[in-house]
Design a protein around this ligand. Structure first.
Ligand SMILES: [Fe+2]
Ligand SMILES: [Fe+2]
Length: 475
């Protein structure tokens, strides 16, 4: 494994200096990236010095360094996990063959599409979160937001490196386009739906980092199995950073629930109006935010039946979550999987070829993983002695992609009429009133150690620093 070269303009562990053409191309892209950051990155953050971790190695024993840096001077770089020369493809039609160090011509278009789609989500989430710094509930949370933002920027670098190195002129054009699309833009939006939704408040932000960054985890895990070795090695390192993003989401929601539960006990009530008057977020509102972010996120896995998914798997481009730990034949021909469809007003299971259902397989793995965290949130309620529980909605609820997109389904999985949907939608998804209430709580609390009223402080700080550490220095 080669060390990280920080003396170069672009920190890297890929011997970038030995490939002058590639180095020059990336050095030309670099100022465009910084322009994008200035234009679409965290608002009014230019002079702040933020206590960030910067990747300095891919060694699991210590890959990051912490220190106060201005975000636009963050050392975004290119880091691949170490490869092994004899790695074999372990699924699909090429199983047993040597993994590819370059892109085979016949898979070029599909691989480019996979990398561009993944790459597009990274700057999109930074754009979605760009105003949140103005309403941070604490200096600690502000720092965490910015850490997530710079790392999504680095994930963009990771995909852009692959495009530049392996896809020639098309790759360079795609890398430029990644800086041109904008989340929510009418004319030039980001590629995937959930990445064009607004992230208007911190409850949305924590839900997004819990659910949608977890989609990122599952996509990256599937790509970490890829026969295209540079993609596998890049995504493996991205996963080490992704874990923190999901921690931010899970602990953020958990601290909100903790504060709400304390107010419920103090006031001896679960009346939403009384709790709102006390300045905390009532559990039904939290549940509706869960319903929204969960449903929008599971759409990201794509149609339940997809011939593209079959092609990506069989040709070795994208594996399953934890492919190596599964004890089937890793080819999956002749195997089946159950997907849902609506028949005569009811949801029924239908058996389809597993290869075509691999989006659904990944979605189901994601659902299992997200439920685990919701159970941990419920433990906060349990500890507070409250009988209330949160849950994820049925997977057919509020879907916009696949066979379930044409029907209306309640959070508990009943197919409902258009009329019932309209009558109940404000109980099931955040209403304009919910959003206005949550927005009304969003002040700006940034004195060290102080927290907004609607969220509990964390138990410990970042990198073993105290909770009241000066995580952000304002100019
Ligand atoms: Fe990311
Ligand atoms: Fe992330």
């Amino acid at each position: 494994m080669s060390g990280i070269n920080y003396s170069e303009k672009i920190p890297n562990n890929v011997n970038l200096g030995e490939d002058r053409t590639l180095q020059r191309a990336l050095e030309q892209w670099q100022p465009n990236f910084v322009n994008w950051w200035d234009d679409a990155g965290p608002e009014d953050s230019r002079d702040m010095e933020v206590y960030l971790r910067t990747a300095v190695s891919v060694d699991p024993q210590g890959w990051a360094e912490f220190g106060h840096v201005k975000m636009r001077d963050y050392r975004w770089g290119i880091f691949l996990n170490p490869g092994s020369a004899d790695r074999e493809i372990h699924f699909g039609d090429h199983k047993g063959e040597k993994a590819w160090t370059d892109v085979p011509g016949e898979h070029r278009a599909n691989l480019r599409r996979i990398i561009v789609t993944q790459g597009d989500t990274e700057p999109a989430s930074v754009e979605q979160q760009r105003h949140l710094g103005l309403t941070a509930p604490s200096m600690y949370d502000l720092r965490n937001l910015f850490q997530v933002n710079v790392e999504e920027g680095r994930h963009l670098w990771a995909m852009v490196y692959l495009l530049h190195k392996h896809f020639g002129r098309d790759g360079r054009e795609e890398a430029e386009a990644l800086l041109e699309r904008r989340s929510g833009d009418q004319d030039n939006p980001r590629i995937l739906g959930a990445f064009n939704e607004a992230t208007p408040d911190w409850l949305s932000f924590f839900m997004f980092t819990y659910f949608t960054d977890r989609d990122g985890k599952f996509q990256l895990c599937a790509l970490a199995e890829s026969a295209f070795d540079p993609l596998a090695r890049t995504t493996k390192f991205m996963l080490t950073e992704e874990a923190h993003h999901m921690f931010v989401g899970e602990s953020g929601v958990s601290r909100i629930i903790q504060r709400t539960a304390a107010a419920m006990n103090e006031l001896k009530t679960d009346d939403a109006a009384k709790l709102r008057a006390a300045g905390v977020i009532d559990l039904p509102t939290i549940q509706r935010y869960i319903n929204f972010h969960f449903s929008v996120t599971i759409d990201l896995f794509g149609a339940d039946e997809s011939s593209n998914a079959a092609t990506f798997y069989s040709s070795g481009l994208k594996g399953r979550y934890e492919e190596g730990k599964r004890d089937d034949d890793h080819v999956l021909k002749g195997q089946t999987y159950k997907v849902l469809e609506a028949k005569e007003g009811k949801l029924v299971e239908k058996e389809v070829p597993m290869l075509n259902a691999l989006n659904e397989v990944l979605r189901d793995d994601f659902i299992k993983d997200s439920v685990a965290g919701v159970n941990r949130w419920n433990r906060v309620l349990e500890k507070a002695g409250l009988p209330h529980r949160l849950s994820v909605p049925h997977k057919a609820f509020h879907r916009n992609i696949g066979a379930l997109s044409g029907i209306k389904v309640s959070p508990d999985g009943r197919v409902v009429s258009e009329a019932e949907w309209k009558a109940k939608v404000d109980e099931w998804l955040p209403s304009a009133d919910d959003r206005a209430f949550v927005a009304s709580l969003m002040g700006r609390v940034v004195e060290p150690g102080k927290f907004a009223n609607w969220i509990a402080p964390p138990v410990i700080g970042i990198n073993r620093q105290p909770v009241d550490f000066e995580y952000v220095r304002f100019a």
